[in-house]
Design a protein around this ligand. Structure first.
Ligand code: ZN
Ligand code: MN
Ligand code: MN
Length: 303
């Protein structure tokens, strides 16, 4: 069975993310380790750490992953911002270590005008520096593929592979594949043949053993749009078929698959998306919807 879950809020304390996830039957969750839109964060108190660890134990989560906060940009040409990004990363990796979270998902970064080559080098150097300082923490950084919006890097397997080749140590690095970002970046994997080709390309350039997590999101905008907008499973440009293939892929049974789709506080949308995904398990016939779903406009929105 696939390991399914969703991103959960840490409002009220880190352990609340675990409780929220369990309340809607998540096998795994993703969470921030602090407020994701600010640089400063107050340190984790011992009782917060303890509470998180006991709650996780009680609820029996095998897979919990953290997501980096949004201000971090290891590709920044600005030395001050580059350093602040590294410091924030080190701090968040330390929070992961304290909480016992072994995977941390990071958007590689944006070059902000200096070009692909310079940006990638900057990111590799930043990663290497951060990994050196946090040596022995046991937390692995998973680089997330991106939609390639603006000057954002990491939208192709080639770029991710380059980063994995140039940052060290390799064993502390992996990849998180986001389905909406892959679609927005132009990857076609909406039926069996192209789905297989996608994984062959991934295997050839990155390696399956590097895959530490999957983000399951449909893409509101079309393939190759380079617009990062998530929507509900089956309601966007991807449709249900690629998710059916993912749900029934024996090679992905040990990789947590996490939703990052829009939702309200009651998590009702997550419940629907998880039910949709679980409903695809064991379905053998293809579900072909290469055009926009019925009742949706050209951007996949429901009428
Ligand atoms: Zn992300
Ligand atoms: Mn994602
Ligand atoms: Mn996104």
């Amino acid at each position: 069975m696939p390991i399914l879950g969703a991103h959960m809020s840490i409002a009220g304390g880190a352990h609340q993310a675990l409780l929220r996830g369990k309340s809607i039957c998540c096998d795994a969750i993703q969470m921030f380790t602090r407020n994701a839109n600010r640089w400063a964060a107050k340190p984790l108190a011992d009782e917060d750490i303890e509470r998180f660890r006991t709650t996780r134990e009680e609820l029996g989560y095998e897979h919990v992953v953290a997501h980096a906060s949004y201000l971090i940009n290891l590709g920044s040409p600005d030395d001050d911002l580059w350093q602040r990004s590294q410091n924030a990363l080190m701090e968040e990796l330390e929070r992961c270590r304290l909480l016992g979270i072994d995977r941390y998902i990071l958007h590689p970064g944006a070059h902000v005008g200096t070009g692909e080559e310079a940006g990638l080098q900057r990111i590799a150097d930043g990663l290497t520096a951060v990994l050196a300082v946090t040596e022995g923490s046991g937390v692995r950084i998973l680089l997330e593929n991106t939609a390639g919006q603006g000057t954002v890097l990491g939208s192709s397997f080639d770029q991710l592979a380059w980063l994995l080749d140039h940052a060290t140590p390799a064993e502390r690095l992996g990849v998180c594949l986001d389905t909406a970002h892959a679609a927005a970046a132009g990857y076609e994997f909406r039926e069996a043949a192209t789905y297989e080709a996608l994984w062959q390309a991934f295997e050839g350039l990155i390696g399956r053993e590097r895959l530490g997590a999957l983000h399951l999101n449909d893409s509101l905008r079309d393939l190759g749009s380079h617009v990062d907008r998530h929507t509900h499973i089956g309601e966007g440009a991807l449709g249900l078929e690629p998710f059916r293939l993912l749900m029934n892929d024996p090679c992905l049974r040990s990789v947590p698959m996490l939703l990052e789709t829009p939702k309200g506080e009651d998590l009702a949308e997550d419940v629907v998306n998880l039910a949709t995904l679980r409903g695809l398990i064991g379905r053998e016939e293809p579900i072909v919807t290469l055009t926009a779903p019925v009742g949706a406009d050209s951007e996949g929105r429901r009428a």
